[in-house]
Write a protein that binds this ligand. Structure first.
Ligand SMILES: Cc1cc2nc3c(=O)[nH]c(=O)nc-3n(C[C@H](O)[C@H](O)[C@H](O)COP(=O)(O)OP(=O)(O)OC[C@H]3O[C@@H](n4cnc5c(N)ncnc54)[C@H](O)[C@@H]3O)c2cc1C
Ligand SMILES: NC(=O)c1ccc[n+]([C@@H]2O[C@H](COP(=O)([O-])OP(=O)(O)OC[C@H]3O[C@@H](n4cnc5c(N)ncnc54)[C@H](O)[C@@H]3O)[C@@H](O)[C@H]2O)c1
Length: 488
């Protein structure tokens, strides 16, 4: 036996004339494609994985990983500003942006082996580094090879959408693909778009010493609960980020100093040294030969049903290219659904009711399930429970009392959603994701014993408030008063 092969039982793709045959052919080695490929091969399927760019896709190279590494550097810089209130004074931080750049790329390099060709080939996957395109409904071509698979999975991701603003395309703007390559700190970063990418980057660059202006045509973090966004907005303003909400950019012009943006309402033009475009995403569908394969798509991306099947029943599509929830954890979840459908022939369907999302500002904004407005719109009889962080002892000790836990209940204590604004809210939202996924009632969270003093206790406190009236009301008082008479 070849002891260098960790998966000797894995089926391997076979060559049939000039075609490669396999059980599953995955197009795109980002969060979505890698999850399917790794899962499928370890479950015994023969897998071909085709990637035309960097292994790891957006998340590893130009998305989650570099952005969170940059945010970690920004936290370090900010600590010096926040520390005097604790009686600890640091000198003003000496931020060397080239070293920040190296830190970010060091983190990418540390994680990269997990997504590498070597790891996947070690698992038994055949990796082809080329662009893939469908020749017909059952054949893909990549790097001169023809691949015929029982099932295909399209996981080609998305890229920054650049709006058709005059002058923008020629302005030399940055996107998530280029901003993490900067070795020198931008003097004045103008950010177009106040979604998760825009606000995360705005705060991080501001804390690392750039002047930052965000121009958002509506309001920042427009998908989130307004009361939660208000806390994040206040934090951005306190950091010195200039927020221009409800403002539209009319044109962009490259100048000797950088870029100048004219606004549609005729307000003063904004000039910055750099411009980041973070105005949403476009699916990567061009050149895939979707028509040849009979795969339907819209502007939002490839059309899929609840089982993530495309209009070609042999082809699944997952991740950002479908235009649904665009998160790495959503891609991983969808990969599991495809594996159940494609390998086990189970009719598994997606259900996003318990899919969390977190914007990694400071404080973080975490959401799972429905916001109050969404629950009311859906016709639920809504009860809202809330616990401000100011009531939490750990938050007081750490002087981080901005924020709250808010829980939306339906009838009979059913948990419909939770919103948390807090430092590390992303670590706290898992409890509510589990509660919703498991169909738990609010009493289950109210009855938990949590360690003191933790921020998580704010979740228990919010849950407990559902019972406050009953617990401390006249009936309880009457019962307790009555029972005391029998106690010697
Ligand atoms: C700045 C930023 C920060 C983010 N932060 C977070 C976060 O904190 N948490 C979170 O959950 N999500 C975050 N996201 C979103 C997350 O990165 C994406 O949802 C995730 O990467 C999508 O994975 P994917 O596999 O669908 O696509 P991708 O990662 O884009 O992978 C698609 C791959 O397909 C390849 N490809 C495309 N066309 C072809 C072709 N024809 N042939 C072969 N290969 C092809 C591409 O080269 C690419 O490698 C962030 C995104 C950005 C931009
Ligand atoms: N923490 C995370 O999980 C995280 C972080 C970053 C990105 N992401 C994912 O990536 C996706 C894309 O992020 P995004 O922030 O680019 O997109 P987005 O669609 O979430 O937000 C884009 C924002 O840009 C605004 N906008 C659009 N056109 C504009 C214009 N011409 N001028 C000014 N503003 C304009 C929109 O009103 C919107 O608020 C997110 O929706 C999310 O799924 C996740």
């Amino acid at each position: 036996m070849d002891t260098t092969d960790p998966h000797p039982a894995a089926r391997r793709p076979s060559h049939d004339g000039d075609a490669i045959r396999c059980d599953i052919c995955v197009i795109g080695a980002g969060s979505a494609g890698l999850s399917v490929a790794a899962g499928a091969v370890q479950m015994g399927a023969s897998v071909v994985l085709v990637e035309k760019g960097e292994m790891g896709g957006d998340c590893l190279n130009t998305g989650c990983v570099p952005s969170k590494a940059l945010i970690a550097a920004a936290h370090m810089a900010h600590a010096a500003t926040a520390s005097p209130a604790f009686g600890v004074r640091y000198p003003a931080p000496d931020i060397r942006f080239d070293a920040v750049h190296d830190h970010v790329h060091g983190v990418i390099a540390a994680i990269a082996p997990h997504d590498s060709v070597e790891r996947f080939e070690g698992l038994g996957v055949m990796v082809i580094r080329a662009a893939a395109r469908f020749l017909d409904p059952r054949t893909v071509e990549a790097g001169g090879a023809r691949i015929q698979a029982r099932r295909f999975v399209v996981a080609t991701g998305s890229r920054a959408a650049v709006p058709p603003v005059p002058g923008l395309a020629e302005s030399g703007h940055l996107t998530n693909e280029t901003i993490f390559g900067l070795r020198a700190r931008p003097e004045h970063l103008v950010v177009m778009g106040g979604g998760p990418i825009g606000v995360e980057m705005a705060q991080a660059f501001r804390r690392l010493g750039s002047q930052v202006t965000v121009i958002e045509q509506q309001s920042i973090l427009g998908r989130d609960a307004p009361e939660a966004v208000a806390v994040v907005r206040a934090a951005l303003l306190a950091d010195g980020v200039a927020l221009m909400e409800g403002r539209k950019v009319a044109s962009v012009r490259r100048t000797a100093d950088g870029v100048t943006l004219e606004l549609a309402d005729g307000g003063p033009a904004i000039t910055g040294s750099h411009l980041l475009v973070a105005t949403g995403r476009r699916p990567n569908v061009e050149g895939l030969g979707l028509d040849a394969a009979g795969i339907a798509a819209s502007d939002k991306g490839i059309t899929v049903d609840a089982r993530l099947r495309t209009s070609n029943r042999s082809v699944f599509a997952i991740g950002d290219v479908c235009g649904g929830p665009q998160f790495t954890h959503a891609a991983g979840y969808q990969a599991g659904i495809v594996i159940r459908n494609a390998l086990f022939l189970l009719p598994a369907k997606v259900n996003y009711a318990a899919l969390p999302r977190v914007t990694y500002t400071d404080p973080e904004l975490a959401q799972v399930g429905l916001t109050e407005a969404e629950a009311r719109k859906a016709g639920h009889h809504v009860e809202v429970l809330s616990s401000p962080l100011a009531m939490n002892d750990r938050a007081q000790a750490e002087r981080r009392t901005e924020g709250f836990v808010r829980v939306v209940l339906g009838s009979r204590g059913r948990i419909l959603g939770a919103t948390i604004v807090a430092p590390r809210a992303g670590e706290m939202i898992g409890l509510w994701a589990l509660a919703i996924a498991s169909g738990l009632k609010i009493g289950a969270v109210a009855g938990l014993v949590l360690p003191y003093p933790t921020l998580s206790e704010a979740s228990k406190r919010a849950a407990g408030s559902h019972f406050t009236e009953k617990l401390f009301g006249p009936t309880t008082r009457a019962v307790v008063g009555f029972l005391q008479r029998f106690i010697p």
